[in-house]
Design a protein around this ligand. Sequence first.
Ligand code: SF4
Length: 473
Amino acid sequence: MFPSQIDDKFHDECGVIGIYREGAENITEMLCYGLIALQHRGQESAGIALNRFGNVVHYKEMGLVQDVFTPAIMQSLGSGDIGIGHVRYSTSGESYVANAQPLVVHYRGGGIALAHNGNLVNAEKLRGDLEDRGSIFSTTTDSEVIANLIARNYNLGYQEAIIKALEKVEGAYALVITCEDKLVGVRDPYGLRPLCLGKFPDGGYILASESVAFDVVGAEFVRDIEKGEIIVIDGSGVHSYTYSSSKEKAICSFEYVYFARPDTTMDGRNIYESRREAGKILAKEHPVDADLVIAVPDSGKSAAIGYAQESGIPFGIGLIKNKYMGRTFIQPNQKMRELAVRLKLNVLRANVEGKRLVLIDDSIVRGTTSRRIVDMLKAAGAKEVHVRVSSPPVTHSCFFGIDTPSRKQLVAATHSIEQIKEMIHADSLGFISAQGLVESVGLGDNALCKACFTGHYPMPIPLKTVPHVAEKN
Ligand code: SF4
């Protein structure tokens, strides 16, 4: 059963990290700490690759970072000046360790390790072309297509080989790559998936999906990698190249709604501030008389604080989340789904009994979980439950590395707001407008991808691309 079916959320696919630090004795530990800070981006598998003068060693396994990287595994990996890491969440039930990352490919002169966050929209075609020319694939991931394209052109030099590969791929990607004596970071021409650069005060650099990974290893944030930019880090410092400049920026707006940690700053905007602002705008767009503002934990909290601040209605705790519930034992039937929600969330009856509640959620995808939560609150004695959502109605699937159901399963694609209100048993329902979301992020109207709310994708989507069939990274 997919996590998105339990909590009715979009799910991110991956987090990536890379460290360049000459003479580092503890690079494996630092990569692990960074990956633990990125664990919310993927909990299915974890991996690390170390590059010792072109000789790449790696370890990857299914599971959480701290379970995969035991002291014995870390010791066996040893150390090195350059390392990359990856946490993964896959959309298919057939997740297996071969698809975990980093991916390592060998060419005549050494090894290349690559970690990818995103999804290619033309992977199937590229893969077919490569297979026709004799390539053999050992995984079902898009990332292997990129790695293969790089390895094929390696005789042109690493940089030219990477650029040649990027000229062919279309889609969303943040990549960290290590080869020779280099650490390379790449962000796609739209900036769909995030990647930022940090610096260690005593020398060395770090790349990561989110700036929270810098905090845990004592690195300082330097800047975000720009759309269409390649960063090369080696003994002579940091070098920046633009390989694509013709596309409009389209940062995934769901990073600000749900994916990223609130303590991350992404493309110049702190996530907590952005969510709190969304809550304030939501309160202006959809006011209601109520006694208490509560959040669907944890991701609805920042917007709930904003809603309370703007409306003057007190903020309180109404739902308690069990953070330790695993997902693998949950069976995909109706009864177990009900149980899954109860295991994950419980009502704080003393706080909600007899009250008119504003319930803030960050998104409604299928609508199934919202109904269960509203029912639980009413069963605990809530007089009214007014649901407010800090993202616009999700009407279209994502093709850029985010786990989304097919369009017909998206409740807002097939139902009016009034019908959804009835379905989830709410007393009223309001979603932030697309313009309100843009305002809350504060990066301007043209900086965000809003395709899952509007259907306007930043690039053409091949008709046969079906989100839940493709294995993503
Ligand atoms: S379609 Fe939605 S989830 Fe996908 S990248 Fe765009 S904003 Fe993000």
